[in-house]
Ligand binder design. Structure first.
Ligand code: BV8
Length: 249
């Protein structure tokens, strides 16, 4: 796979690289992308209507079932070459005394399974659930919940520790993501429809801060016309080839 020499030169010169990933990076691991997440049983629901605090308040059983089903699916999935290449890239950058910040909208923890560290999860995680009364977070790696919603044991019920539409991003994650986007030399948006804010704004922040911007995505998105380099295709194919091209002089 051939890459624009200017892109490779910019990546090799970069002291700080920031990456934002979306569901497209996990698609090849068998995790439905956010909008496909409703195939089969969930075809009748609109994700924007399910992934909200109002939906959980109105119909906690349906929302709890949907998230528990998604949780059980991601627990069965393994990282794909795209995840593994990003983890390798981070370690090689650190070895070279440079920084590599991975920001993800994904809630499946596959980046961490691939070996990425200090992953900034701007939309939380399906593996963590939290008590609606105390806010206490528990990791849930077990079988399907016996009840929907599950009692937390602390006077509330368990909700997924994800960011729903209309909810603020976790403060620390939002700050770290914005800082990385504003200070990087190269920003890559990979496998995301670039539709959901504030995450979709990071590529614009990077561009206005003088970074070289890159998009790797199966389909064009609103970000496609503003980035410096756009590559259409599968993350599991393009990302490993890009890291290989960057690593070898
Ligand atoms: C906030 C976690 C304010 C949950 C997600 C009107 C009313 C209410 C809110 C708003 C509004 N207008 C705007 C807003 C703000 C809203 C928003 O942006 N809405 C959009 C729809 C317009 N944002 C919010 O509400 C955010 N919060 O604004 O809070 C606030 C401030 C202070 C105090 C209180 C409140 C919170 C947004 C977070 C929502 N949570 N996920 C869950 O998972 O259930 S969003 C979810 O969808 C993802 O996390 C992601 O962010 C988003 C899009 O998903 P993608 O990852 O991009 O996946 P998608 O399926 O869309 O696309 C996949 C892409 O991959 C495709 O382009 C495809 O081509 C590509 N692809 C597929 N396969 C491959 C591939 N590419 C490469 N290789 C492949 N193999």
């Amino acid at each position: 796979m051939a890459f624009d020499p200017d892109l490779i030169a910019a990546l090799r010169a970069a002291k700080h690289i920031a990456v934002l990933t979306g569901a497209g990076v996990s698609a090849e691991s068998g995790v439905p992308t956010f909008r496909d997440a409703l195939t089969g049983l969930w075809a009748k629901h609109d994700p924007l209507q399910l992934a909200t605090p109002e939906a959980f308040a109105r119909d906690p059983e349906t929302v709890s079932r949907w998230y528990d089903e998604r949780r059980l699916n991601v627990l069965k999935r393994i990282p794909n070459p795209g995840h593994l290449a990003l983890a390798r890239w981070q370690h090689l950058m650190v070895e070279r005394g440079r920084t590599f910040t991975l920001i993800t909208q994904n809630v499946d923890r596959l980046h961490q399974s691939a070996g990425s560290t200090e992953v900034i999860e701007v939309h939380g995680s399906l593996i963590e659930w939290r008590c609606t009364r105390t806010g206490r977070i528990v990791e849930c790696r077990g079988p399907a919940f016996a009840q929907h919603p599950m009692p937390s044991g602390h006077g509330g019920v368990l909700r997924p520790n994800v960011v729903w539409f209309g909810e603020a991003l976790p403060e620390e994650a939002a700050y770290a993501a914005q800082h990385a986007a504003g200070f990087c030399d190269v920003f890559l948006s990979i496998g995301t429809s670039a539709l959901v804010y504030p995450a979709a704004g990071y590529v614009h922040l990077a561009k206005s801060s003088g970074a070289v911007t890159v998009e790797i995505n199966r389909d064009p998105t609103p970000a496609t016309e503003i980035v410096d380099h756009s590559m259409l295709g599968l993350a599991g194919e393009i990302v490993p080839a890009l890291v290989e091209a960057w690593a070898h002089r």
